[in-house]
Ligand binder design. Structure first.
Ligand code: FE2
Ligand code: FE2
Length: 345
């Protein structure tokens, strides 16, 4: 694959997403330590709620990274930073107040990284914006956590300095600032997605929508480099999606969905692998390429219609919500594995 300027940008965004994930894992470890280091039940409750959000948000980050479709390791300096901070946060030199203070700075870093990715996506492609949309929830909650942590810092700081509790009314103020957030900080950190885990239909639908966006992007540009960039993204996304369906989503409905219909789905998408191989070698400004692209698009739209109607119904009718979420996790894990292999990881 020829690296264009925008491929480089896509990789840079992939690395930033990996950075956010590394920091998120560290935030979770910190909160677990805060809970065991605190006896104040009010604080324990605050940290527990935050931990619950952060664990859920780690799942959302995984979804975003798999949806984005380009995998990367975190930047070395981030891995180093986390390692050094981990020594400080698990050691006994810092007081709890000082540790929570560091934690709030990390939350700030996390929010800013989220906003930067959001803004960068607007510059590189609509498909990226579509893929990272759930990041809004993570950003919103991290921003809310920052407000809560300011309250915790005030309380712990006053206690450590004076041995006394700060004046009343602290948590009410924290709640007010969180409530004000939605109006103040604008769309970038607004909560947009459902808090519950996504089921397999949601995850598949998101993939299907992203493919639509990519087709529109490919057709919408005459620039050969951009066209190649979008097509290579489409090709990688389709392959990972089809492999994960072949190995996770389709086998799940065996015996619960007409065998001939299922076989049709397998056959259709397995024919796209050689088609994509051939198209990757074509001159992407040629008529040959454009007619192959239109044919592929028609086939995919037809295939997706079948999946989102009868195949989705077979899933819905035969599995509990929890089972559908479990299939979604396995599907994402499979896609992630395919993407990491493609990235040479
Ligand atoms: Fe699909
Ligand atoms: Fe499919």
């Amino acid at each position: 694959m020829v690296a264009t300027m925008d491929d480089t940008k896509r990789l840079a965004i992939a690395m930033k997403l990996a950075d956010i994930k590394a920091v998120q894992e560290f935030l979770i470890a910190n909160e677990q330590r805060f809970i065991s280091a605190t006896t104040d039940s009010e604080l324990v409750k605050r940290f527990q709620d935050m931990l619950k959000d952060d664990q859920k948000n780690l799942g959302i980050l995984d979804t975003v990274i798999v949806q984005y479709g380009v995998q990367s390791e975190p930047k070395e300096t981030i891995t180093e930073m986390v390692k050094k901070l981990d020594e400080m946060m698990s050691g006994s030199e810092l007081t709890l107040f000082e540790k929570v203070f560091q934690h709030e700075l990390l939350k700030h870093q996390q929010v800013m990284s989220g906003i930067v990715i959001h803004k960068a996506a607007q510059k590189v492609g609509a498909d990226i914006e579509a893929a990272i949309a759930p990041l809004n929830t993570v950003n919103f909650e991290n921003r809310a956590h920052q407000e809560q942590l300011k309250g915790v810092i005030e309380l712990l700081g006053v206690r450590e300095l004076t041995g006394m509790d700060a004046d009343q009314g602290l948590w009410a103020r924290v709640q007010d600032s969180v409530a004000a957030l939605t109006g103040v900080v604008g769309s970038v950190v607004t909560q947009t997605t459902d808090k519950s885990d996504m089921n397999i239909q949601d995850v598949l639908r998101m993939d299907h929508q992203k493919v639509n966006v990519l087709f529109a992007e490919i057709k919408g540009t005459q620039d050969p480099a951009k066209r190649k960039e979008f097509f290579m993204q489409l090709s990688g996304d389709l392959r990972a999606h089809a492999i994960a369906e072949n190995e996770v989503a389709y086998p799940a409905v065996r015996g619960k969905y007409a065998e001939s219909d299922l076989q049709e789905l397998y056959d259709e998408q397995n024919s796209w692998f050689p088609a994509l191989d051939a198209m990757e070698k074509m001159d992407m400004t040629s008529d040959e390429f454009m007619s192959s692209l239109n044919r592929l698009m028609d086939e995919i739209m037809d295939h997706v219609r079948q999946e989102e109607s009868t195949f989705f119904a077979a899933l819905r009718d035969n599995f509990s919500d929890q089972q559908l979420e479990q299939i979604a996790s396995e599907f994402k894990a499979k896609k992630s594995e395919v993407q990491r292999q493609a990235a040479g990881m």
